[in-house]
Design a protein around this ligand. Structure first.
Ligand code: NAD
Ligand code: IPM
Ligand code: MN
Length: 361
C-alpha cells in the first residue's frame, strides 16, 4: 500500500521521538512491502521561530492532504511568556480543531515485564488495561470567552459543549467499550457542572442502544483516586477534554512512565493524528535519553487506525514487548542500571527485533 505520512516533530524531545517512530514505520514499509512517504512540517515553537505562528497554513494544508500525521510534542520555556495566540500549544489545539479530531484515544496497559517500574504496588497495577476516551475539540479548552478583563483582575474560561459534540464522543466511548470488555465509566462533575448534567443525560439516552455495555457515572475527583488505588476496576473511561488530559497523565504511572503512553486523535474518517501523551520534556531534550516508546506505540496506533494494517501493528507491538522483556529500558523506567539505553539505542533494538521476527516467520 502507498501512504502519505506528515511528520510534525515540534519542540524539545519531539524531534528525537518522531524520528524514532518514523524509522520504525520505514522498517515496517520495507518488511511488508508498503511505500510510506514522509513529509516533515513545522508546528509549535519551531514554527513560531521560523514563520511567526504556531500552526502555519502550509502545515495545516499538508495535514489535510495526508493519510496520517505523526507528531512529537510542542512547547518549552522559551515560549512560555508569549501571548496566548503565539504559544506552541496553541498550534496543537488549532491543528486538532482544524482537522476536527474530536476523539482522543489513550490506552494505558501495564507491560508484565515492567510491573516493578511503577511507583505503585505490583499487586495493584498488575493486569491494568484501560482506555481513556478524551473529548478533544470542545469543553474547557475551546469555550469562548477565554480572556482577562479589568486589567487582569478578572479571568474567564468557558466550558462550552453543543449536544452533538457530547453525543459523538459518548458514542465513541460505547463503541470502544463494545470492542473491549463492555464496561464504560462516564466521568464528569455532575454534582457541580451544568455541562456534566447534559453529559449524563446523553449517556443515559445512548446506553439504550448498547444494552450489553455496563455503564457507570463517576465523578472525576473520586475517579482520580480510584485510578491509582484500583486501576483494574476500569475498562473504558469517556470524559471531557480537560478531565481526560489530567486523568491520562495520572494513569501513566500505572505503566511506570509517561514516556510509554501513546495516543490517537480521530474523527469519523480514517485520517488521524498520532502523538505520545507526554510533552516536550525540555529538562531532558537533546541528550539522547528520551523514551521513544510512547511515539513508537503511537505509530502502532497509526498503522491500526488510519491504515488498517493489523499484522504490521501487531509486529511492532510484539517487537516492543520483546525488547522490554529482555530488560531494556530508558532512564525514566526502573530497569537495572546496566540495561538503561538511550533513545537511538532503544529504537534500534525495536527495529532489530522487528527484522529478526520477520526472518524467523
Ligand atoms: P512533559 O510531559 O514534557 O514532562 C513531564 C516529565 O516527564 C518530565 O520530567 C520529563 O522529563 C518526563 N518525560 C516526558 N516525556 C518523556 C519521555 N519520552 N522520556 C522520558 N521522560 C519523559 O510535561 P511538562 O514538563 O509539564 O511540559 C513541558 C512542555 O511540554 C510544556 O511546554 C507543555 O505545554 C508541553 N506539552 C506538550 C504536549 C504535546 O505536545 N502533546 C503534551 C504535554 C505537555
Ligand atoms: C496533551 C497536552 C496538550 C493538551 C497541551 C500541550 C495543549 O497536554 O496533549 O495532553 O492539554 O491537550
Ligand atoms: Mn496533557
Amino acid at each position: 500500500m502507498q501512504k502519505k505520512i506528515v511528520l510534525l516533530p515540534g519542540d524539545g524531545i519531539g524531534p528525537a521521538v518522531t524520528e524514532a517512530a518514523a524509522s520504525v514505520l520505514q522498517q515496517v514499509a520495507d518488511i511488508f512491502s508498503h511505500t510510506f512517504t514522509f513529509q516533515e512540517k513545522q508546528i509549535g515553537g519551531a514554527a513560531i521561530d521560523t514563520f511567526g505562528e504556531p500552526l502555519p497554513a502550509d502545515t495545516l494544508q499538508a495535514c489535510k492532504e495526508a493519510d496520517a500525521i505523526l507528531l512529537g510534542a510542542v512547547g518549552g520555556p522559551e515560549w512560555d511568556r508569549q501571548p496566548p495566540h503565539l504559544r506552541p500549544e496553541k498550534g496543537l489545539l488549532q491543528l486538532r480543531k482544524g482537522l476536527g479530531l474530536f476523539a482522543n484515544l489513550r490506552p494505558v496497559k501495564t507491560f508484565p515485564s515492567l510491573l516493578s517500574s511503577s511507583p505503585l504496588k505490583q499487586e495493584i497495577v498488575a493486569g491494568s488495561d484501560l482506555l481513556i476516551v478524551r473529548e478533544l475539540t470542545g469543553g474547557l479548552y475551546f469555550g469562548t470567552p477565554s480572556e482577562r478583563r479589568d486589567e487582569g483582575q478578572t479571568v474567564v474560561d468557558t466550558l462550552h459543549y453543543e449536544r452533538n459534540e457530547i453525543e459523538r464522543i459518548v458514542e465513541t466511548g460505547f463503541q470502544s467499550a463494545m470492542l473491549r470488555n463492555k464496561r464504560l465509566a462516564s466521568v464528569d462533575k455532575a454534582n457541580v457542572l451544568e455541562s456534566s448534567k447534559l453529559w449524563r443525560e446523553i449517556v443515559d439516552e445512548k446506553r439504550k442502544d448498547y444494552p450489553e455495555v455496563a455503564v457507570e457515572h463517576m465523578l472525576v475527583d473520586s475517579t482520580a483516586m480510584k485510578l491509582i488505588t484500583n486501576p483494574t476496576y476500569f475498562d473504558v473511561i469517556v470524559t471531557e477534554n480537560l478531565f481526560g488530559d489530567i486523568l491520562s497523565d495520572e494513569a501513566s504511572v500505572l505503566t511506570g512512565s509517561l514516556g510509554l503512553l501513546p495516543s490517537a486523535s480521530l474523527r469519523a474518517d480514517a485520517l488521524g493524528l498520532y502523538e505520545p501523551v507526554h510533552g516536550s520534556a525540555p529538562d531532558i531534550a537533546g541528550k539522547d535519553i528520551a523514551n521513544p516508546l510512547g511515539a513508537i506505540l503511537s505509530a502502532v496506533m497509526l498503522l491500526r487506525y488510519s491504515f488498517g494494517m493489523e499484522k504490521e501493528a501487531d509486529a511492532v507491538e510484539a517487537a516492543v514487548n520483546e525488547v522490554l522483556q529482555s530488560g531494556f529500558g530508558t532512564q525514566d523506567m526502573q530497569v537495572k542500571p546496566e540495561s538503561i539505553v538511550g533513545t537511538e539505542k532503544m529504537t534500534s533494538l525495536v527495529i532489530e527485533q522487528l527484522m529478526t521476527a520477520k526472518v524467523s516467520s
